[in-house]
Design a protein around this ligand. Structure first.
Ligand SMILES: Nc1ncnc2c1ncn2[C@@H]1O[C@H](COP(=O)(O)OP(=O)(O)OP(=O)(O)O)[C@@H](O)[C@H]1O
Ligand SMILES: [Mg+2]
Length: 243
């Protein structure tokens, strides 16, 4: 399998706080990879450094075979990486449609028809968004905003989609709808890196999972194996899941 994303020795600091302390991680082309870990483990900080929101203090990021260390967010988007940030960050006072168009800002002028086709495709995936296409994004439910954030990310035609905390604040009913969409996107060839606090969901849908704590990767492995691993059962799933 070729590698779409590879991170080596990554460090992120906020002043004297070391949030990420030397992380190695990779995502294979077509792979669906999860990251779990408790609050403050450094998951978001690691993603911020990968996607160009913050500059890493040390280490390297390789995207699609080329060095991408320290690139800005818009440069990463141009290379084929889309990020659905923690908290979704939709443009609340813009319509659903305008949010989608903004996801395609880099090619809306050169390829308006292609953008329209892509919008249609994402609305097919998320029919709830079609019903609310003219509504201000701020009036959507949390689940609908998450659908919009994913759809907006897809509008940049990424080859790697990164999602930070898909489940945050969402009801199980919504999650049962969202996770299969990710599985289907991955089946269609999209590589996905998912940070997820609901470990049971993440382990069920991903191929491989990294466990992060205190700014480091503790261990990683096939998700199906980790779902039965004592260390994961104790810290992230609780023994209740064991029969
Ligand atoms: N902008 C910031 N300035 C200073 N410290 C920060 C900043 N963002 C995060 N931190 C600190 O860095 C560490 C890692 O935080 P981070 O948000 O990356 O963890 P996380 O694994 O995403 O946690 P969560 O599960 O709560 O989302 C924490 O100690 C946090 O307090
Ligand atoms: Mg976080």
């Amino acid at each position: 399998m070729s590698t779409i994303l590879s991170v080596s020795g990554l460090r992120v600091s906020y002043g004297r706080i070391e949030a990420v302390r030397g992380v190695d991680l990779s995502v294979g082309t077509g792979e669906f990879v999860g990251i779990i870990g408790s609050n403050g483990a450094g998951k978001t900080s690691m993603l911020r450094a990968v996607t160009g929101v913050v500059r890493p203090a040390a280490g390297s990021v390789t995207f699609d075979g080329a060095d991408a260390t320290g690139l800005k967010s818009h440069q990463m988007v141009a290379r084929g990486l889309a990020m659905v940030p923690e908290g979704r960050m939709v443009f609340a006072d813009q319509s659903v449609r305008d949010n989608l168009v903004l996801g395609a800002y880099s090619r809306i002028a050169s390829d308006p028809r292609g953008v329209e086709e892509d919008i249609e495709k994402t609305l097919g995936m998320f029919p709830r968004l079609r019903e609310r296409i003219g509504q201000q994004a701020g009036t959507l439910s949390g689940g609908e905003q998450q659908m919009l954030a994913i759809a907006r990310g897809l509008l940049s035609r990424p080859r790697l989609l990164i999602i930070d905390e898909l489940s945050l604040g969402l009801a199980p009913k919504i999650l049962d709808m969202l996770f299969p969409v990710l599985t289907e996107l991955n089946r269609q060839g999209l590589s996905i890196l998912l940070v997820e606090q609901m470990a049971s969901y993440a382990l069920a849908v991903t191929h491989r999972t990294y466990v992060m704590e205190n700014g480091r990767v503790l261990f990683d492995g096939p998700s199906a194996e980790l779902a039965g691993d004592d260390r994961v059962l104790d810290a992230y799933l609780g023994r209740r899941t064991r029969h």
